[in-house]
Design a protein around this ligand. Structure first.
Ligand code: SF4
Length: 272
């Protein structure tokens, strides 16, 4: 059993959810077997329970940047707008925020003008439609996931990954496998999705092949695996098969172990 890390691989604190135990049955697909193997490497966590609006803000801040850059921006935003004397909730406070001041507090996340406008617009839209943070939380947790996904994606600046992260980390919804740059790269390298699949194509394959209760862990574990082993420019297997714990499950599309070079899997198809 892998110990719970001091810092959870989902990133951030107060993110809800305890350890999850996987059904020990034989994996029915290679994607499921990969997630099971990742469960041997990383602490298996259940998700859900985060404040939906805060989760949305956190994910907008993380767009096109690293956690290292977005976490201080999130902390600074929460310090400035997260608690008010009269208990006004975050969405209401941000809906009325001065754009230049918000931009200044989230500067470290990059694209701060754009992101501050997106956050204020999202806050105003959510307050206007749902009225309270509790109502928005309940909507994310209980409404049909596809309906929630489409509603969230109608907010300016909210794409599929952001919507899926809110559904997973706040709603705790099963069967949601958010696809970020790591998941997109690893899935196509391993042969879990077609080499030329876009983010939505990869998501469809993973959500089809990984049981609902394993999708959330699969997302965060694959992200961590991408940071530690299957890196964009230098996957671990370039140091030999024993360097990657998932070597036997992987097609290594776009990875040339002899030349010690990598290309995007889509380029392999284009060259055929
Ligand atoms: S064998 Fe190489 S390409 Fe495949 S998962 Fe491991 S590091 Fe990535």
């Amino acid at each position: 059993m892998v110990d719970e890390p001091a810092e959870n691989i989902s990133g951030g604190v107060g993110d809800g959810g305890g350890e999850v135990t996987f059904d020990p049955r034989e994996a029915e697909t290679r994607a499921e077997a990969v997630v099971d193997e990742l469960g041997e490497l990383y602490w298996r966590k259940a998700y859900g329970g985060q404040d939906a609006f805060e989760c949305l803000v956190r994910t907008i801040l993380s767009q096109n940047t690293s956690d290292v850059a977005s976490q201080p921006a999130h902390d600074s935003l929460m310090a400035r707008y997260g608690s008010t004397d009269d208990g006004t909730d975050l969405a209401r406070t941000l809906a009325d925020a001065e754009q230049s001041e918000l931009a200044e507090s989230i500067r470290s996340a990059g694209l701060y003008n754009q992101k501050s406008e997106m956050i204020i617009d999202a806050a105003a839209e959510i307050v206007g439609e749902f009225g309270s943070k509790q109502a928005f939380d309940a909507y994310v947790r209980e409404e049909d996931p596809q309906t929630v996904r489409e509603r969230l994606m109608a907010i300016r600046g909210v794409g599929p990954k952001t919507a899926d992260c809110v559904l997973l980390f706040s709603g705790g919804r099963g069967g949601i496998f958010p696809v970020d740059t790591h998941v997109h790269r690893i899935s196509r390298r391993m042969g879990l999705a077609p080499p030329s699949a876009d983010h939505e194509g990869v998501r469809e394959h993973l959500e089809r092949d990984v049981p609902a209760e394993k999708c959330g862990f699969g997302h965060t574990a694959m992200l961590q695996f991408g940071r530690e082993y299957c890196k964009a420019r230098k996957p671990a297997c370039l140091d030999g098969p024993e360097a990657c714990p998932l070597y036997d499950y992987c097609d290594r599309v776009g990875v040339d172990e002899v030349e010690e070079s990598v290309v995007d899997p889509a380029e392999v198809v284009a060259d055929d």
